[in-house]
Design a protein around this ligand. Structure first.
Ligand code: ADP
Ligand code: G6P
Length: 738
């Protein structure tokens, strides 16, 4: 039976060696806690790191470790201490984590760490490939494994690969500062579906792909090599049922079954019935805004002294990444702040901040969630924040107030919370007061909406939606009408070619024989290309026609010493070798003075664009413009021109980063068909990359071998990856011709 393989740096279990025995603890952090239930309910496999390095693993305990891992349907990736230093503490948590959370000043760009990050991603890929069986899906998680999708895709292009990022994806302006930005994006594009918590992260990613890699992005789809890749947002949910059920059990428990923590919390509540408790829970991380939270609480106590002895902040900070210097500095800062506040405000019977720096068992977490009147969650940046959702899920009687930072992904779905800017200390202090004084009816009304939403879009639904989408992406990829030109098909086509006596090749130029460059004038044919075309033409059974949208002067100059037929300006002009250019149709240019100024206006307003004037057409090029602005203006311009030229026999062609206006009765399809008329070719090959070539694919006889460069919907019968692939195919014809 096929399975889903989850891959993340951290497994849901953390192993350690205590008193010569293997001990296992559940992992902390949104990724592991969230996905645990999804994994538990499937027959899948989870691949990741156990928490123990190779050096920390005693030989005699190896089989116990394997058992512990296998018991939870997991498989381990073995990492050394040096891997951990360079990959985990290094590149993941000293480069990507701060950069993606907009802490640019903390981001270190160290090429040794980058090398280790690459090699550890390869280690993960090796374990995935070992465990991969026919029909399996792979779901890769988070920023530690951004190269993994491509590493798997290279070896197993048939496998569906999903990727989910649990942290923010920053804006292009921040992401572009990363020296390895191209490699990271290419690594991610090995996936067939990429998921983010929010639409903002999704659009930041799409904008980086378009600006940095220059790939075509249409809405939420990227065309990359021979694949369409989907990008979407899926806000991660929690295991609502579990939190709700544990909270219910907590309310119903007796003195005997209560935890020590719960007893202390209850004691506090009965001793001071008017006093309220505010909860703060996070990993000790600088992104979580813990210091600002303490400062805001301090300001609150100063501003509203009536609350002395009437409110307590219960703060749980879970130790995290303590080998990274910024986390050590933060720990010290928090210790000092707690000390200062308690020193300043404590009375004989009251300490304003209860501070725990440790991990806690799940039932204690529930004790805290259910006992506190307010949850104060104020991250400076946070991909999602599950604690906010968990707090709401545990409020059985629907009381309780959530104060939530608008910089957390969760704020997008939790509008009924009191949303704050985490840098506005005064606002947080005032909001604490508002929360403490909020009438119960109001609390219940707000929580009801949030609970309903959390219950409906729980973690199971989240994972289910992602996997359904992944399946649908894969199935639409495989039903693309054109067939990929692989070796088997090439051999069949070559066989037909060899058996034919009168053969013709229609070759488009830009995007087919030659890759795109920023300045069209720089796309001259290289020597290897000229030699290949010459050789192909030198066989007397072959005829080569270069058919392009280029103007006749440029095309004539580039191919002046090559004995081929040239068709320029999308079919307007034709030239046999050694002869002059001839018009294929009667043409006129009297529309140019009307259209030219309109186009010029778009050039003036869109930096990086220009007009190319041909004999019988005008082309507006926008390859060098900002990609998003370029697309927007191109859309605008074609609409404006369509309106102006209706009923004037003109057509507006949208090519690859170019809009072209020309007489509508001429196109490449008509030109190529006229060319072969009454000549009895028994092998017709036609290759092109853009919209203007579709006319040929449609109009040429049915038995023609029509080939599209790149993936897009097309009337061609076959498609190839890119211009390198075009040359490989033509080289085979050349060899078969000699
Ligand atoms: P992050 O993923 O950045 O750590 P989240 O709020 O998204 O932040 O996720 C934190 C997860 O860790 C939550 O599911 C929470 O229940 C869990 N958690 C937080 N504190 C503890 C703790 N002390 N012990 C066990 N689990 C914890
Ligand atoms: C965040 C990250 C996870 C990570 C978790 C705990 O939720 O998105 O990938 O596992 O924090 O961090 P740690 O470094 O302990 O794995």
């Amino acid at each position: 039976m096929s399975k889903t393989i989850i891959v993340s740096n951290r497994l849901p279990l953390q192993l350690s060696i205590e008193d010569g025995k293997v001990s296992s603890e559940p992992s902390v952090g949104g990724l592991a806690t969230g996905l645990k239930s999804v994994h538990r309910d499937s027959n899948g496999l989870w691949i990741g790191w156990t928490g123990l390095t190779v050096e920390e693993t005693p030989q005699e305990l190896e089989s116990d470790i394997e058992d512990a891992v296998q018991n939870q349907q997991c498989a381990a990736v073995e990492l050394t201490q040096s891997d951990m230093d360079g990959f985990y503490y290094g590149f993941s948590n000293r480069t990507i984590w701060p950069l993606y959370h907009y802490f640019m000043e903390y981001a270190e760009f160290d090429s040794e760490n980058w090398e280790i990050y690459k090699s550890v991603n390869q280690k993960f890929a090796d374990v995935v490939l070992e465990n991969l069986e026919e029909g399996d899906n792979v779901w890769v998680h988070d920023y530690q494994l951004m190269l993994l999708p491509q590493l798997i895709k290279e070896k197993r292009p048939d496998v569906s690969i999903g990727f989910f990022l649990h942290i923010p994806f920053p804006s292009y302006e921040v992401f572009r500062t990363l020296p390895w930005r191209d490699q990271i994006l290419k690594g991610l594009l090995g996936a067939d579906l990429l998921g983010f918590h929010t639409y903002d992260y999704e659009r930041h990613f799409l904008s980086s792909v378009s600006r940095i890699l220059g790939h075509e992005v249409s809405f939420n789809e990227i065309t990359y090599k021979d694949r369409h890749i989907k990008v979407d947002s899926f806000p991660m949910g929690i295991d609502y049922e579990k939190f709700h059920a544990f909270a219910k059990a907590n309310y119903e428990q007796t003195d005997k079954t209560q935890s020590e923590l719960q007893r202390r919390l209850d004691l506090h509540a009965t001793a001071t019935p008017d006093a309220k408790m505010i909860l703060s829970i996070d990993r000790l991380d600088y992104t979580k805004g813990i210091a600002n939270r303490l400062r805001a609480f301090e300001h609150f106590l100063e501003k509203y002294p009536d609350y002395t002895e009437k409110v307590r902040l219960v703060m749980l900070a879970v130790p995290s990444r303590s080998n990274v210097p910024q986390y050590q500095v933060l720990k010290k800062e928090i210790d000092e702040l707690v000390g200062r506040i308690n020193g300043k405000f404590s009375t004989v019977s009251w300490t304003p901040v209860w501070y725990f720096y440790r991990s806690m068992p799940f039932n204690n977490l529930i004790d805290l969630y259910t006992s506190c009147d307010v949850a104060l969650i104020t991250p400076i940046r946070d991909g999602m924040n599950l604690v906010a959702k968990e707090y709401i899920a545990t409020r059985i009687d629907r009381t309780g107030v959530l104060i939530l930072s608008e910089m957390a992904g969760a704020s997008k779905e939790m509008n009924e919370a009191l949303l704050i800017n985490p840098n506005d200390i005064n606002l947080i202090a005032d909001t604490i007061k508002e929360a403490l004084e909020m009438p119960e009816e109001e609390q219940k009304k707000r929580n009801k909406y949030m609970q309903k939403r959390l219950e409906r879009y729980n973690v199971e639904k989240w994972a289910g939606d992602f996997m359904t989408k992944l399946d649908s992406v894969k199935s639409t990829q495989s039903v693309a009408k054109a067939t990929y030109l692989n070796e088997k098909q090439e051999t069949e086509i070559l066989e037909r070619f060899k058996n034919a006596n009168k053969r013709i090749f229609f070759l488009d130029y830009d995007g087919t024989l030659r890759g795109f460059v920023n300045n069209p004038g720089d796309a001259k044919p290289d020597q290897a290309l000229l030699e290949m075309v010459k050789d192909l033409q030198s066989n007397e059974k072959n005829e080569v026609v270069v058919i392009s949208g280029r103007d006749s002067v440029t095309l004539g100059e580039w191919f002046k010493n090559v004995p081929v037929t040239l068709i320029a300006e999308h079919g307007v002009l034709k030239k046999y070798y050694g002869k002059d250019w001839e018009l294929t149709e009667t043409m006129n240019n009297d529309w140019v003075p009307t259209i030219q100024p309109v186009m010029q206006n778009y050039v003036d307003r869109t930096p990086g664009t220009f007009i190319e004037e041909k004999n019988y057409s005008l082309a507006w090029h926008y390859r060098k413009a900002d990609p998003e602005l370029g697309e927007q203006r191109a859309n605008d311009l074609s609409n404006v021109i369509r309106e102006l030229t209706s009923n004037h026999g003109l057509s507006v062609l949208s090519g690859n980063k170019v809009i072209e206006i020309k007489s509508s009765n001429v196109h490449k399809g008509k030109a190529s068909n006229n060319h072969i008329l009454n000549k009895n070719y028994d092998f017709i090959f036609c290759i092109g990359d853009d919209w203007t070539d579709e006319f040929m694919f449609q109009d040429l006889p049915e038995d023609a071998v029509t080939v599209k460069v790149g993936v897009a919907s097309t009337a061609a019968r076959y498609y190839v990856d890119d211009t390198d692939h075009v040359r490989e195919v033509l080289t085979k014809f050349r060899q078969a011709s000699s």
